[in-house]
Design a protein around this ligand. Structure first.
Ligand SMILES: *Cc1c(COP(=O)(O)O)cnc(C)c1O
Length: 437
């Protein structure tokens, strides 16, 4: 067995105590997503403090994690909704939002958009064909335009959604065509929207904010500028989070300068997902096996196999995302004293189901230092709030969807999504007649 060594720092639990992890396993089994209401509320308060000159609306980009309990917490905190599909709008409404609280920026314009718009949904047209469809259905109505400002920035190529390699939004050079469609249908452009990527570079984000204001200049009826989300959050201890007060201050100044020059006081909208959710959830897992592939000097590793994996958190396989991994001893209910280096893998029959990829390469196997554990101990995947439960390799290998639990401010745990059953996985299967098999 590899001896404990220095290596990178061990990560620590964020909001759960080691004892609570054991209790969660006893009460709910593993894997279980545990959200923290206090962290969700604290992040919402920080977002609502975003520097602004003439008013602010914060929309939760609900694709980050769409559970109704999370939506309700944010509704009570005063957030509105950024929806990425018509189905998300319906989910938000079921959780208590009005249609008018929701703004839709989507790659796939829903067939049922007319019904939603009649009830008050705000639409940001993300392509010329969406704009044409909206204008034909609602001549003379108010509309938002999502532009691709020609510049993007994301933590990875997969999360960069601006620039010529990205299909998101109306390409900025097509502004005359967009204007012509608006004129044809008498549409009043009241919002400009840009969102350039997740985990974006603050400097690039600020630059596109200026470019987005230039787009507002082109449409004198615009009242609101929506600058999207993408605020980078450190999950690992060594990663830095964007300070909203710092990135927002120069943008506030740009709005003020714009007002001085044009007499127009624009309202600011932002749409964070990651910022609100990333560190608000941990997945409590069990180390269900521990195997070795021989001596480290011969290229061997000690592997921990979780009872979770890409079925709960796809980000490491997809983006080589780094999530803090913290072990807890079942016997002591504490984080172990000794440190060991492990490769941590998920439970799927796929070598890509790797929880410890190299930081820049999802295929690279990297070892991580963590508290020494044995089979049956616990391992907690931290930083699992955004794009985990909502974006997983659900039901691969027929593993049922894991339950979601909310830790309240009082420290009680409420189930907010039950564990899926095998029957539910197969519920929509239809039998093929025997003579066709
Ligand atoms: C995904 C998305 C967001 C949120 O991005 P984060 O990186 O999670 O903050 C905001 N706006 C739009 C249009 C999105 O698609």
């Amino acid at each position: 067995m590899a001896a404990a060594s220095g290596g990178p720092e061990r990560e620590t639990l964020r909001f759960l105590t080691a004892r609570e992890c054991v209790d969660v396993r006893t009460a709910h089994g593993t894997p279980t997503y545990v959200y923290d209401a206090a962290t969700l509320k604290a992040q919402a308060a920080k977002a609502l403090d975003f520097p602004n000159a003439f008013g602010l609306t914060v929309r939760y980009a609900m694709k980050a994690s769409p559970n109704a309990a999370i939506l309700k917490i944010f509704r009570n905190a005063g957030l509105k909704i950024d929806a990425s599909s018509g189905h998300e709008v319906r989910r938000a409404v079921r959780a208590g939002f009005d249609h008018a609280d929701c703004s839709l920026s989507t790659q796939e314009f829903p067939e049922f958009f007319e019904e939603l718009v009649k009830k008050g949904l705000k639409v940001n047209a993300c392509s010329l064909s969406q704009l044409e469809a909206f204008g034909a259905a609602f001549p003379g109505a108010e509309i938002g335009l999502r532009f691709n400002p020609g510049l993007g920035s994301g933590g990875t190529g997969k999360t960069n959604v601006g620039g010529p390699s990205s299909s998101f939004g109306i390409w900025h050079e097509l502004l005359p065509e967009a204007r012509a469609i608006c004129e044809k249908h008498g549409l009043k452009v009241v919002r400009i929207h840009t969102h350039i990527g997740s985990g974006s570079d603050p400097a690039v984000w600020q630059k596109t904010s200026g470019m987005s204001l230039d787009l507002c200049r082109e449409f004198p009826t615009v009242e609101t500028l929506n600058l999207g989300g993408g605020y980078k959050v450190g999950r690992m201890a060594y990663e830095k989070s964007t300070d909203l007060a710092v990135v927002g201050a120069p943008v506030k100044a740009l709005f003020e300068a714009f007002a001085k020059e044009t007499g127009r006081e624009l309202r600011l909208e932002i749409e964070p997902g990651t910022f609100l959710l990333a560190n608000s959830c941990a997945i409590v897992c069990t180390v269900q096996d521990k195997v070795t592939t021989g001596a480290a000097s011969d290229g061997g590793h000690v592997f921990l196999k979780l009872d979770a994996g890409m079925t709960e958190v796809l980000r490491p396989s997809l983006y080589a995302a780094q999530h803090p991994l913290v072990t807890v001893s079942a016997a002591t209910g504490k984080e172990p004293e000794g440190t060991e280096k492990y490769v941590v893998v998920g439970h799927c029959c796929e070598s890509g189901d790797l929880m410890t990829p190299g930081p820049d390469d999802a295929e690279e196997i990297a070892e991580r230092a963590m508290g020494e554990v044995e089979r049956g101990d616990l391992l907690v995947v931290e930083g699992a709030g955004a794009y985990c439960a909502g974006m997983s390799g659900k039901n691969y290998n027929s593993f049922p969807e894991a339950p979601e639990v909310m830790r309240t401010a009082e420290g009680t745990f409420h189930v907010i999504r039950k564990k899926q059953s095998l029957e539910q996985i197969m519920a929509n299967e239809v039998e093929l007649p025997d003579d066709a098999c």
